[in-house]
Design a protein around this ligand. Structure first.
Ligand SMILES: *[C@@H]1O[C@H](CO)[C@@H](O)[C@H](O)[C@H]1NC(C)=O
Length: 229
């Protein structure tokens, strides 16, 4: 008489399954830590170059923000030929962390994104807690931000950079029209959840959700096919 329940797999098979699972998890975490420590190798853009480019664009075109953006995208597309830079001005609304604005996705890959983000009427919200460093180069207007414990706002005027470090959070506000060249580097796919959540809990604007998914997916897959992680 066997004590084994016939509907249960034999104990040996279970042990084997757990061993294989443990090996897979160990390999995946090793791969993750390996890639995470070498994220720098995958970046093509650089925060100080983007700041320099933003300042040159503002000094050439001042408050003609359309021309400022054109200057930036034009120079980047010359520097990175071959499809890394999206020249189609595909503006899409974005609701995230209670704030609302519009964006033009210039570059999106697994480890980087570059967008023009802002609002012509101002907005305010939660920055989100991200798996990437975020550099917000102000092209027009002023952004305010603060962290709990401070009584005074951080003020980011035209030409300045607001660096939100990976894993940190702030409340931010653009009191009036404000646009920025936003560059994020780190792990981009986990950030998409934050970018989507407000659609399900608030706006129910599914055409915008679909368009965001389509453009982001097209750029990420296109870059992967170019060998850009
Ligand atoms: C843009 O406009 C603001 C507000 O009128 C002004 O303070 C700023 O100096 C202008 N910037 C440039 C580069 O002309």
């Amino acid at each position: 008489m066997s004590s084994q329940n016939p509907s249960q797999p034999p104990r040996q098979t279970q042990t084997k399954t757990f061993t294989i699972l443990a090996i897979i998890i160990a390999l995946l975490s090793t791969l993750f830590y390996f890639l995470d420590s070498r994220l720098d190798c995958f970046y093509i853009l650089d925060p100080s170059d983007l700041h320099d480019l933003s300042l040159r664009a503002i000094s050439s075109h001042g408050n003609d923000t359309r021309a400022v953006v054109g200057f930036i995208v034009g120079e980047l597309s010359e520097k990175f030929p071959g499809g890394y830079v999206n020249l189609d001005e595909e503006w899409i609304f974005n609701n995230a962390g209670g704030a609302m604005g519009a964006m033009w996705i210039i570059h999106a890959s697994i480890t980087e994104y570059l967008i023009i983000f802002g609002s012509a009427v101002g907005t305010e919200g939660h920055s989100g807690r991200h798996t990437a460093d975020d550099y917000f180069h102000i092209l027009k207007g002023t952004q305010l931000a603060y962290t709990p414990g401070s009584y005074e706002p951080e003020v980011y005027p035209q030409g300045s950079v607001h660096h939100l470090q990976r894993g940190t959070v702030k409340q931010y506000k653009m009191e009036e029209a404000c646009f920025a060249l936003e560059y994020a580097r780190g792990w981009i796919p986990p950030m998409l959840g934050f970018g989507y959540a407000d659609t399900f809990t608030s706006t129910l604007d599914f055409p915008t959700l679909w368009r965001t998914t389509w453009v982001t997916g097209r750029e990420m897959v296109g870059n992967l096919l170019r060998g850009k992680l």
